[in-house]
Design a protein around this ligand. Structure first.
Ligand code: FAD
Length: 403
């Protein structure tokens, strides 16, 4: 009998965790395992704010996929171009693939909510290349301000749209990077403006209010101004227009606008034949797509309701990795013709970095701020490396050098 083919799309947190667990559970006689990813490396999406601010290099935040897969897995470096779950065909830049079991782990895209000009004029922290572009763009603005005979200080204004996790972590890093850049380019620091614009009425929704106050105070000390409850209604090449009140609008000129205020699943999901909302699929309790027993969804493309809280689980690396473990087990169960397992999320807390040696977080039913929270963040980052690549990868890429 022909071995079944397991096709995993995307080598992010979800896809790669599925793969490393599959390669432990399923041997070469049982199934053929194929991983398709755009790049031959994995990047740590949760470190992109550091790459964008320039506090770490893009290379620090990525590693070759070959370092973590074994001979049981065939890796194909290709762009996925189409998914059709009815014909069981995936089109890629390296040809078409059919499958017996499919895992879709293609991650997220920015959601601009139809706000005019944002797609064209705002940068984003969506992948390692867009994060690198953010860093280079800011450096370019600083370098050209220095050369300009007539100085336009708005070149040194950086607007971050969104006061969620990504926006706040990015601002925290900028708080460290801006003084360095000012020194490098001989720019008086008071000329630089860091502005966080948020449509909602709160910063870091879902976080403990006391921790949110701490975060705001710390970022304010680093020079961040907050404009909360003021949606961006338009972006142009010169900056953004914000609504301050029903009839009161303000245009803020800026050299850099980074949009970090919303995500959706990968657009390929929308033409796959699966039902989705903002390219996210409401999965069944064993992580399979509704109506398709051979299709699993992992990570940011999956939508999962937290029944207890009555709201969806936020899309995080933590949940993506846990889902990957369950999906690998469930594929093994299906191969063995056994019942699948229910995915149960084990929430280990959340830590939001505020730049060098500062953070806020909750874990072990406790709240953390400052250096202890920052140390916890490094543990979380290193743990993700360890779970995928073991001690070797953690030693090479980890943030605690003694691990
Ligand atoms: P990803 O990890 O994004 O991986 C998707 C993969 O698919 C990538 O390798 C990509 O190259 C590949 N891909 C995409 N399209 C194609 C295509 N067409 N063809 C081939 N390959 C393709 N979560 C936390 O839990 N904790 C945090 O502290 C945290 N901090 C964050 C900070 C930032 C700045 C950001 C942006 C996110 C953060 N998150 C955090 C959220 C977390 O990063 C995501 O939830 C997580 O990356 C989702 O994992 P994933 O596997 O679905 O997608």
């Amino acid at each position: 009998m022909k071995r079944p083919t397991i096709l995993v799309l995307g080598a992010g947190y979800g896809g790669l965790t599925t793969i490393v667990n599959l390669q432990k559970l399923v041997n070469a006689n049982e199934a053929e395992i194929i991983l398709v990813n755009k790049n031959d490396y994995h990047y740590e999406t949760t470190w992109l704010h550091e790459v964008g601010a320039g506090t770490i290099s893009p290379d620090k935040a990525r590693y070759p996929i070959s370092k973590v897969i074994n001979h049981n897995v065939t890796f194909v470096k290709a762009n996925v171009e189409s998914i059709d779950v009815n014909t069981k065909l995936v089109g890629t830049s390296a040809g078409d693939f059919s499958y017996d079991y499919l895992v879709i782990g293609l991650g997220f895209e920015g959601e601009t909510f139809g706000i005019p000009g944002l797609k064209e004029h705002a940068l984003s922290l969506t992948n390692i290349n867009t994060a690198r572009q953010v860093r280079e763009h800011i450096e370019y603005q600083f370098a050209s301000w220095t050369l300009d005979e007539v100085k336009d200080d708005s070149k040194l204004t950086i607007i971050v749209g969104g006061a969620g996790f990504t926006g706040i972590e990015f601002l925290g890093e900028l708080g460290n990077r801006i003084p360095e850049l000012c020194k490098e380019f001989d720019i008086p620091q008071e000329k630089v403006r860091l502005l966080c614009v948020e449509a909602a009425s709160t910063v870091l929704p879902g976080f403990d209010p006391e921790l949110v106050d701490y975060a705001k105070a710390q970022l304010s000390k680093k020079g961040v101004e907050f404009s909360i409850g003021t949606p961006i209604v338009e972006a142009t090449a010169e900056g953004v227009k914000i609504r301050k009140d029903e009839e009161d609008f303000e245009f803020i000129k800026a050299g850099t606008v980074v949009w970090a205020a919303g995500i959706r699943g990968n657009a390929l999901v929308e033409s796959s034949g699966l039902e989705s909302n903002r390219a996210r699929i409401a999965v069944r309790e064993d992580m399979r797509a509704p109506g398709f027993d051979d299709v699993f969804i992992v990570g940011d493309c999956a939508f999962l309701l937290n029944e207890e809280a009555g709201r969806p689980y936020p899309p995080t690396a933590q949940i993506a990795m846990q889902q990957g473990v369950t999906i690998a087990k469930n594929i093994k169960h299906l191969i063995n013709e056994e019942p699948t397992e229910v995915f149960v999320y084990d929430d280990k807390g959340a830590v939001c970095s505020l730049g060098h040696e500062d953070a806020i977080g909750t874990a072990f039913d406790r709240k953390f701020t400052g250096k202890p929270a920052s140390a916890l963040k490094k543990v979380v980052d290193d743990r993700a490396l360890y779970l995928v690549g073991g001690v070797g990868l953690t030693l090479k890429k980890g943030k605690f050098k003694f691990l």
